[in-house]
Design a protein around this ligand. Structure first.
Ligand code: GLU
Ligand code: MG
Length: 444
């Protein structure tokens, strides 16, 4: 990542004719928010003096304490590639501060930094994340509203002409590259209309910033192609949903702390403890990594998404898979996370779960190399494999029982997250769905 000083920023905006600056941040639910300012306000923004009304942001603060400040992270400065002739638009990603100059506890990005400090106290220097967000492309109707019509019938790694999304995907890749992304691969996914673009891993904060930028770019470019990109976890029944596999590793002074050439599977004790911690807390952090009612329609057997708590070095049905690469690329792939998750919150809970495993030297159960989808409940129980929660309601109850995960969110985020999600569950629970009418209208 580029390291910028204020002087660099002033120079670049002048050289590049940047006329507007967007100050972006992420709310509790993972939505990107932004304030646009003319370049005349840049100095004020860089002096951390841009104020906004926190009470208007979901889950932030009440009216009485609503003045909040945006502190731009200079190193996140990027010029958008799609701006007009009148002048370019650039952005900063910001942390949120209270009026008294203290960091705001409800800022998901700041909260992740707080958990990263706990990691540093244990002697690690980096928590790396390589995310694989999947998405669907649907056609827009003449009013610009998304339809359920897909624009291709392609499958895994298919090529054009089956894959009409290819042009759109290629444009997305170009725009991302212009914004400094290093794209590793881009391909059609298993379901019709489903795609994946993989970008290079980075430290957790940068990687979460990248996920947010990625979603914005994918949606913006798709629209130009008359398409709607959705990161909804399970838009269609009967085909794969969209996951956001998270490849995680801990580094100590430039060395991968998960790698041990002499360890079993060449994994270090640190990696094993981390895996054990993630498995232990998985049923309880799922509300955060899979935060919508719809998320649980993806976590069902048969669609390459996990529904059981287990790990494997080979198989793709467990929650954690260990990809084959070793050395500096040694990592664990957590497969349950979906792209509706607020990445900053998801990383905070995953890291805290793993660190709990390290602190308490937890031992993971034996890896499961069978296809768990075809095991019976008895076989699973015999191997100590528990289920992930089946609904958001169940996941929220689990979350409320786990001190480690609650601490990873901090009081403010935990309380506001649970409050918002309980309302969401209640709205779903009391709504009458078309499925119910199909089943019962004529039967009773
Ligand atoms: N779409 C699958 C999921 O829901 C994952 C497919 C893959 O292995 O990339 O997690
Ligand atoms: Mg995939």
């Amino acid at each position: 990542m580029a390291k910028y000083t204020k002087e660099d920023i002033f120079r670049i905006v002048q050289e590049e004719n940047v006329k507007y600056i967007r100050l972006q941040f992420t709310d509790i639910l993972g939505t990107i928010k932004n304030v646009e300012i003319p370049i005349s306000q840049l100095e004020k923004a860089l002096d951390n003096k841009m104020m906004f009304d926190g009470s208007s942001i979901e889950g932030f603060v009440r009216i009485e304490e609503s003045d909040m400040y945006l502190y731009p992270d200079l190193d996140t400065f990027v010029i958008f590639p799609w701006t007009s002739e009148k002048g370019k638009v650039a952005r900063f990603i910001c942390d949120i501060y209270n009026a008294d100059g203290t960091p705001f506890e409800g800022c998901p990005r700041y909260n992740l930094k707080r958990v990263l400090k706990e990691m540093e106290e244990l002697g690690f220097t980096d928590f790396n994340l390589g995310a694989e967000p999947e998405f669907f492309l649907f056609k827009l109707d003449e009013k610009g509203e998304p339809t359920l019509e897909l624009n291709d019938k392609g499958g895994y790694f298919d090529l054009a002409p089956t894959d009409l999304g290819e042009n759109c995907r290629r444009d997305i890749v170009l725009e991302l590259e212009e914004m400094g992304f290093e794209i590793e691969a881009s391909h059609h996914e298993v379901a019709p209309g489903q795609h994946e673009i993989d970008f290079k891993y980075a430290n957790a904060i940068r990687a979460c910033d990248d996920i947010q930028t990625f979603k914005l770019v994918v949606k913006t470019v798709a629209r130009k192609h008359g398409l709607h990109a959705t990161f909804m976890p399970k838009p269609l029944f009967g085909v794969n949903g969209s996951g956001m596999h998270c490849n995680l590793s801990l580094f100590k002074n430039g060395e991968n702390a998960f790698f041990d050439p002499n360890g079993e599977l060449q994994l270090s004790d640190t990696a094993r403890h981390f895996i054990a911690g993630v498995l232990k807390h998985a049923p309880n952090f799922t509300a955060v990594t899979n935060p919508t009612v719809n998320s649980y329609k993806r976590l069902v057997p048969g669609y390459e998404a996990p529904c059981y708590v287990a790990w494997s070095a080979r198989n793709r049905s467990p929650l954690i898979r260990i990809p084959a690469s070793r050395g500096m690329s040694t990592r664990i792939e957590v497969r349950s996370v979906d792209p509706a998750a607020n990445p900053y919150l998801a990383m905070a809970v995953l890291l805290a779960a793993g660190l709990d495993g390290i602190k308490n030297k937890l031992t993971p159960p034996a890896p499961v190399d069978r296809n768990i989808y075809v095991m019976t409940k008895e076989e699973r129980l015999a191997e100590g494999i528990v289920d992930l929660p089946a609904t958001l309601a169940h996941a929220l109850e689990n979350l409320k029982s786990d001190e480690v995960i609650i601490n990873a969110l901090g009081k403010h985020l935990f309380e506001h997250f649970v409050e918002a999600k309980e309302i969401e569950w209640d709205m779903f629970r009391t709504a009458v769905h078309p499925w119910e009418r199909d089943q019962y209208m004529t039967l009773y």
